[in-house]
Design a protein around this ligand. Structure first.
Ligand code: SAH
Length: 343
């Protein structure tokens, strides 16, 4: 049965109209689902019995199964969720000084094949439906409800490539963003892509206010080809063409993510190349420590090299941040927990 969590407010209103009910009940139902976060239709006390019976006939309100939840010393919580077909999906709750942030998965497994990443150890099984993406955020909000806390930020940076599942991800974000939904502001939602150019171009034109993050990880094609197979399809010049278009159509600051891989991409010369690449762009680059993946030989840069890289970019007037490590005691690297559980 179709999950009600896959319907946008508009979808729900259309459904009500098609079934000879008043569309304004859509808002009431949304409030029950996402503000009061009830677990059954029966709890919707201002909805008629007749309408509740009809909703029950047509939709499920099934929650995701929680296979495991690990909590790290820094408060990071890693969830392993089970979908209705038994697929396993990871999500992470992180605590920042600006609030709580959930990292959501967009696919079961991933086909992008980035060399350093644990997600790609398991090829894509399928796309997640929009209700499954919304449900990850809802489950995490329910966990926060226990302490009266509120989820304020979403990053689509878990397993999967969001632009390889564009429609479902965008539908899910619209439900998460909806004021009567999870009510998370567009500017508090970030979508991260490894560089699927058609998705970037489509996103640029839709003028959505979500943040766009690009997984860069290398300053030149030769190195990026070896780290990220997507670079062979969309090399840096093609990627940056699309990014310049995005910047010209949207007055939004781009984010670049750059994993610090020891002796691979952290030399002073490579910092220089990054500065050249980003020159004049409305963008900042987030340097990210690499979470060790057992199956891979990569190591994270030493603190010394990370700081040197950071300082060099600063000197070249690149907007740069150095991210703190989170949850590295609990398999928080993308795909690690799922990979281990399936083993
Ligand atoms: N497919 C999308 C979103 C998922 S990956 C993308 O590529 O952007 C989210 C981010 O986590 C990417 O920047 C990815 O490169 C990074 N990542 C992958 N493996 C990691 C690891 N072991 N440690 C730290 N970051 C990692």
């Amino acid at each position: 049965m179709r999950s009600i969590y896959g319907l946008s407010l508009k979808d729900l209103e259309n459904y009500l109209i098609e079934n000879s009910m008043k569309p304004f009940h859509g808002k009431q139902i949304f409030r029950w689902l996402y503000h009061k976060r009830v677990r059954s239709f029966d709890e919707m006390s201002d909805i008629s019995k007749k309408m509740i019976e009809k909703l029950k006939e047509d939709f499920s309100m099934e929650e995701l199964g929680i296979v495991s939840m690990q909590t790290s010393k820094d408060g990071t919580k890693k969830f392993l969720f089970e979908m209705d077909d038994g697929s396993l999906v990871e999500s992470v709750l992180m605590v920042f000084d600006y609030g709580f942030s959930a990292c959501l998965s967009s696919q079961v497994g991933c086909n992008m094949g980035c060399n350093f990443c644990a997600s790609g150890l398991l090829k894509k099984q399928r796309d997640l439906r929009s209700d499954e993406i919304v449900s990850q955020a809802l489950m995490i909000q329910r966990e926060l409800d226990k302490d009266g806390e509120r989820l304020g930020n979403i990053v689509v940076m878990g397993t999967g490539e969001p632009f390889d599942n564009y429609d479902n991800v965008m539908k899910a974000m619209s439900i998460i963003n909806e004021p009567l939904g999870l009510e998370i502001g567009a500017r508090h939602i970030s979508i991260s892509t490894c560089g699927l150019v058609p998705g970037i171009r489509r996103f640029a034109k839709e003028n959505l206010q979500y943040n766009l993050a690009i997984s860069l990880h290398a300053p030149n094609n030769a190195l990026r080809d070896t780290l990220m197979p997507i670079n062979k399809a969309y090399p840096l010049e093609v990627l940056f063409d699309a990014l310049h278009e995005y910047c010209s159509l949207n007055n939004r600051r781009l984010t670049f993510e750059y994993l610090l891989l020891k002796d691979v991409n952290d030399s002073p010369k490579q910092a220089d190349q990054i500065a050249e690449l980003l020159k004049g762009m409305n963008a900042y680059i987030n340097l990210i420590p690499y979470n060790k993946v057992d199956e891979k030989d990569y190591e994270t840069s030493s603190d010394e090299n990370a700081l040197r890289f950071y300082d060099l970019l600063k000197k070249r007037n690149v907007a740069v941040t150095l991210r703190q490590k989170k949850g590295d005691d609990i398999d928080a690297a993308c795909g690690q927990l799922r990979a281990k559980t399936l083993k």
